[in-house]
Design a protein around this ligand. Sequence first.
Ligand code: ADP
Ligand code: ZN
Ligand code: ZN
Length: 748
Amino acid sequence: MSDQTYADIIIDISNENLDKTYQYAIPDQYLTQAKIGAPVVVSFGKGNRQINGYIVGLSKEPKIEISKIKPITEVVEGAPVIESHLIYLAYWIKENYGGTMNDALKTVIPVRKAVKQKEEKSISLAVDLEQAKDFYYEFQRKNNKARVRLLGALIEKQTLDYQDVIKKLNISRSTLQGLEKLGITKTETKQIFRNPIKQKEQIYRPVCLNDEQLQIADHVVNEYEAGKRSTYLIHGITGSGKTEVYMEIIDNVIAMGKQVIVLIPEIALTYQTVRRFYNRFGDRISILNSRMSQGERYDQSLRAKKGDIDVVIGPRSALFTPFQNLGLIIIDEEHETSYKSETTPKYHAVDVAIKRAELTNSSVILGSATPSLESYYRAITGQYQLFTLRKRAKEAAIPKVWVVDLREELRKKNRSIFSEKLKELIADRLAKKEQIMLFLNRRGYAGFVSCRSCGHVMKCPHCDISLTTHNNRKVICHYCGYGEPHPTLCPSCGSRYIAAFGTGTQKVEELVKREFPGARVLRMDTDTTKKKDSYGKILSAFASHQADILVGTQMIVKGHDFPLVTLVGIIAADLSLHVGDFRASERTFQLLCQASGRAGRDALPGEVVIQTYHPEHYSITTAANGDYEEFFKQEMLYRKMMQYPPAAHILLILIMSKVEEHAEEASIHLGEAIKEMVNEQQINVQMIGPATASLAKANDYYRRVIYIKHEEYNTLIGIKNYLEGYLSFTNRFSDCSFQFDFDPMSSY
Ligand code: ADP
Ligand code: ZN
Ligand code: ZN
């Protein structure tokens, strides 16, 4: 056997068609550099085109005839080598969420192109000061003016900026080279990294952790020091001091020479948050966000790799920061849907974080005021360690919550979108010159059909999910495809006030202005924040009291603190309660808690008005009481009964085609293939659909869905693998595309 080492190489990860590995021989000169994760150039195909790739495996065994194995052309120097555990992580992501190895690698290595580094060049003396002076006098005697000028300046100030020497001192490059050859001066080049944190000074005022906080921090740090790694869930209301606990733990972990990743939803990654981390950790932190240029992001990953930073803060993608010495991953607001990727591979940051932690011997801390059902379920079943923070850290009163029954308002002949209570409180705050937030918990139109007289909502008899209106003629279920004619009279009370539900933010703004002509109103939704910076501008205008009322969607309830806001109005809690999605109640509970958390954050006490046709619904009553445990109990009953996650798992298959019939045909065919497979293997899964997706057509593609439920995640992975294999062998559906989503977080 020869001593030749071979490398498995994945070619040009931007090319989907080359989604397999190819074996190349490693020439001796590259043996030391050829590590897993190293970028390479190789000859590819008959024409020996030179293309880029990555080493994803090493071995001594040739897989094909040795004479056919080409050597690697070059191992690219200076480009960052991806940690081998990240390559493995990419493989794990591909296995667990579907898609190609290329998709997975692109997720793990977001910046592919090397961006030109910024450099700082300087000139300094290569001799000591006395010798420099001797040379100075010698050049003066020889009337060598340029040399005299430069040496004079260097004697005065030992180091000069290269550009200043050329431009200001007017020294030619040949003069410089001449002096360098004589060994009198030297040129040095230093790489400088763009640092996205442009802070002036670090002002650290230590807070003294309270008993609850201290208990958590001590427990985690003690376990860490003892070598125990774990996943922790900190359940604590907004303002209970979770961030202080994270920072205390981070401090201890980096003191042990480890590095830390902190994930925060982009929308909450505000100046204040960054400032807090900066004040505590100074230049040892860095941030990543989507507004940064590719160059800036690339620099941050190099800094992380070199160990120049200890903590990186960013949204989902920051999870793949190439730290060499990772020790801890923190995920704040872990329930946020933004932690789930919307593109293939549709991975969830929490699960990937736990996997990366396992590969690197790190711990994971999840934190939330309203943990996802999945996380809380794992916590109470012992997979995570659970901690609870019950008080606000600063003595701020918990706001008073009013739940208003909109059916009553109709009975009282109040047809406006504002209940009497909300109107009264708005007028009161306007008079007191305090601020108000009016919140529409969805982009407006929800599609479900309900009765304004009795609150009855049309539901699917099979899935217990709200039916959605279709052309005002039919109502259908987007899980199973069940449909019935659009009702004209309420099946429950006979009223004719039964219709699709919806109001837009613009409409709310209009009505506020009509009802309160003197009030200054700002609106924030996807329309008003299309332009770059407009999001920040609206928020800062509101923060500086340039408006009395802020009307908006989800966006307004996150991140910012407005001390003058003492009233939060939720116009229609039902908007999120009956969307055709099994997470509707959870989403509503979270939004209501978050919105309530906006009222009275400081010295002034706050009030919250929740308007709804379902005041008795548990997600509303529990949110009004701030009782997460009770909400969890109720919601778990529903999830168990209907076999929705976390009681079981769901695999969604999305089928898309520009030709409607093809999408339909393919979905029916796949459905049959799945049935056959599960029958053969005697797996007892529940298949729902195929059905038209709730977003029936997007970007000219017709969309169909199939849902498969089973208690074991691995069974669903088996089905995904089977289908991926099946689809790669048949070219019947070449004009269709397919996507997989495990335990989906968004509606399709
Ligand atoms: P969370 O992350 O749970 O929302 P924070 O950590 O942001 O909570 O704390 C809320 C506010 O209370 C912050 O202004 C923070 O500085 C302050 N705070 C937190 N813990 C303490 C403490 N032990 N003593 C004094 N102030 C605290
Ligand atoms: Zn009715
Ligand atoms: Zn159904």
